[in-house]
Design a protein around this ligand. Sequence first.
Ligand code: XMP
Length: 513
Amino acid sequence: MEHNWIAILDFGSQYSQLIARRIREQHVYSELIRFDTAAEELKKRKPSGIVLSGGPSSVFDENAPHCDPALFELGVPVLGICYGMQLTCKLMGGTVKPGQEREYGHANIDVADNSSIFTGLPSELKVWMSHGDQIEKMPDGFKTLASTGTCPVAAMVNEERRVINLQFHPEVVHTPRGTDMLRHFLFETCGCTADWEMAQFIRESVKSIREMVGTDHVICGLSGGVDSSVVAALLQRAIGKQLHCIFVDNGVCRYGEARQVEETFGKALGVDLKVVDASDRFLSQLEGVIDPEVKRKTIGKIFIDVFSDEARKLGEAKYLAQGTLYPDVIESFSPIGGPSDTIKTHHNVGGLPKDLKFELIEPLRELFKDEVRALGRELGLADYVIDRQPFPGPGLAVRIIGEVTPERVAVLQQADLRIQEEMEKLPNYKQIWQSFGVLLPIQTVGVMGDSRTYENVIALRVVESLDAMTADWSHVPYETLAKISTRVINEVRGVNRVCYDISSKPPATIEWE
Ligand code: XMP
């Protein structure tokens, strides 16, 4: 991408990703890059504008991260936010003074000058502040745009050089007019056009994947989840028959999973797909295993063995495709631990044996999760693939407490199927992070017709969460709980009781194992 994009130099703010998102929401491509990227390098990539993010450092710190001062000479507009402001001030010849105390949170700014980024905005604005240091003397050519009672220069601009600085964060929701400010920077100051859309991403990715792969072949492990599905669909569009997908049925998938993958990818998309039914191998090795971590390790190891065998059978594939997303990539160059170049393209991947040397293709590495979903839709993948809930790699094995047997898997698959069918009817289904059943290793007494039963318990787990780090049990309507309970008990042989899990994470976890 060499035009109409915004480079965000990342100084480690917790909001850096959010800046990228906010800009992309305006249909302008943006990318976080290392804070110490050379101005020469930037010049080659021709950004329309540069944002210097905030960060935890103070410009007075001994090892304060600096950008290349020459970037101010490129003639490209610069927006400095918080730390980015103070750094700009220092590098352009102004002075910064250490703050007496750090100021965080809501603040009102008085806009003294409604030009530049404040065009069309009221003279008093709510903003989100977070700073320690302050501008003492602006560099030559700057004028103050806004201030607060404790911060005389809350925003400043050098109109001629098109350098704008904000002491507050326009990217967070607590700055209600922040989007207007960013839009002004993008469309007025930088002259961007709103052309970032998935169709364009697809065209550019297809082109670069074709150039990279040439006549070689690519292997892609399909898990049935969103990321690997979207990777496969994109690669299929780019290289067709040079793509070879492998789906490993580990015997602890959801009901009908292998068939669904076959239909979506093999039949509908015409992908060269190998479905490997290794369920016997997995289930026999899981015999007698009770410890959850041993279950995980057993499944992980067999998966690698099976996948490697199939990859070898396919012969000469040079590349392995993976669904690495943007948030996974960004963590690799945080300035706090010093710049580390962890983005490699040539290595052994995820525990695969040494003789299988692949180069990685990661076509989603610039995207956020919701963008991956939008991409999947644009590629024509069905909603049920795109809106899937996360599903753990060890599958139902960690939802069967105690030993995993084929019979128990079958009971849980049937219960899970009914739980999903009922949950999907809820209007707020997309707000649910995960909903599933857990098969408990105990029997309880029940009565069916005139007979006594002595059968299994299913625990129903439904949680809402943003990132799986914390989660709340969902207040699912009683009607839905009743329907799930009735259906599971009546329709699934071997279950006579359903309980609802009302524990939050922490202290509980989402999965039971
Ligand atoms: P917990 O149970 O730790 O789960 O609250 C957090 C999130 O991670 C998923 N999870 C896993 N995913 N392999 C995976 O690929 C695993 O072993 C695993 N264990 C938990 C879980 O479904 C939830 O979304």
